[in-house]
Design a binder for this molecule. Structure first.
Ligand code: SF4
Length: 370
């Protein structure tokens, strides 16, 4: 039984106040954190709501009807998200991932996608606009998202067997509807689709081979994610982690696979391919093969708090800045000063006695996005 702990979200969404240097500098892409990592990747949570209750993210014992979800006025508006993203683009951000909760629950999300599709990187290119969804309403939304300018989609699917899938999403939602969402995305013209499966040892690991068989040769890249101790409420325990190497061994025993080069530095998933040329699979191994040394990701919560790590326990309040008379240059300087002081590398110190290694109250993934 999961102990009921009200997850971290500082009342009124007020994080730390970002510092704005007295002497402003021009926005630039060369800001690095204390570990030499640039800022290239921004994840934006557009809602803290979801229609699933995945046990590793939003266990329903905690995220029930009494949970203090954000009110609409707390949320950043599409205009505020677009302004903030435009500022981040001047600092070197090239990739945006829209997340949640379940982002497709945010009304008229395609309007935001269209606004973001007009932003350019410092090199004058469109931002790489991506979104992660549980696929439950993709059939309804895929075509509009594509038309609005969304580039890529990642769909979460933790099994093909309905009973096991329902055990993972805990809301009785059928696999067929998610598979139909994937088909709708392909029909809408999305290519290079990714499917993410969180593997919880003893709960759905028996689905690994079935999932591999299903997506092998389909053009969809299946990625296996190690169960992580995100947030403060999913009852994580190392005994429920099936190391990616073990997953790779199981697949390799039936469908020979080999590792391939990353697409770019800091890519989260390790890329592998089927030796017979029928496609790729990936592994996201935050527990057993950490990748903090190349982490260029920042996260904006649904109510405008900047988090520098998925496992952080405090954020920086940019909503107040956005709603003040601060200029874009002042906000850019606030981001640069916040990022340059960043030292996060939680996965490297998980479980060790180093400071920040096992901070008890970590921010919830459903609030800042995966
Ligand atoms: S643990 Fe934090 S610093 Fe490390 S890769 Fe994940 S988000 Fe980045």
């Amino acid at each position: 039984m999961v102990e009921k702990v009200i997850p971290i979200r500082l009342d009124e969404g007020k994080g730390l106040t970002p510092s704005i240097p007295g002497q402003l500098i021009a926005a630039n892409t060369s800001t690095k954190d204390t570990r030499g990592r640039p800022l290239r990747d921004l994840r934006i949570s557009v809602t803290d709501r979801c229609n699933f209750r995945c046990t590793y993210c939003m266990p329903k014992e905690i995220f029930d009807k009494d949970y203090p979800y954000l009110s609409h006025s707390d949320l950043l508006s599409f205009e505020e998200i677009t302004r903030l993203t435009t500022i981040f683009a001047t600092l070197g951000v090239e990739k945006i991932r829209l997340t949640g909760g379940e982002p497709l629950l945010r009304k008229n999300l395609e309007v935001l996608v269209e606004m973001l599709s007009k932003i350019r990187t410092v090199a004058g290119k469109p931002l790489d606009l991506t979104l992660t969804t549980n696929g439950s309403i993709l059939r309804k939304k895929a075509a509009a998202l594509k038309a609005a300018g969304l580039h890529r989609l990642t769909i979460s699917l933790d099994g093909l067997n309905d009973d096991i899938f329902k055990k993972m999403n805990d809301v009785d939602f059928p696999v067929t509807d998610v598979l139909d969402g994937i088909a709708a995305a392909q029909e809408a013209g999305f290519t290079n689709l990714k499917v993410n499966m969180v593997v919880k040892k003893g709960t759905n690991d028996q689905e690994i081979i079935g999932m591999a068989k299903h997506f092998k040769g389909s053009g969809v890249t299946l990625r296996f994610i190690e169960f992580m101790d995100v947030g403060s409420s999913n009852g994580w325990d190392m005994s429920q982690v099936l190391p990616s190497q073990e997953v790779a061994n199981r697949i390799n025993a039936i469908f020979p696979i080999e590792p391939i080069e990353a697409n770019y530095p800091g890519e989260v998933a390790q890329r592998w391919r089927y030796v017979d040329g029928s496609g790729e699979i990936g592994f996201i191994s935050s527990v057993t093969q950490t990748f903090c040394h190349e982490c260029t990701r920042a996260r904006i919560s649904t109510d405008g708090q900047l988090y520098l790590c998925l496992f952080a326990n405090e954020g920086f309040d940019f909503k107040t800045l956005l709603r003040s008379d601060r200029s874009d240059l002042e906000i850019a300087n606030a981001i640069m000063s916040t990022w340059s002081a960043r030292n996060d590398h939680y996965s490297e110190i998980r479980g060790s006695n180093t400071a920040g290694s096992n901070s008890s109250r970590k921010v919830e993934m459903s609030y800042i996005g995966g």
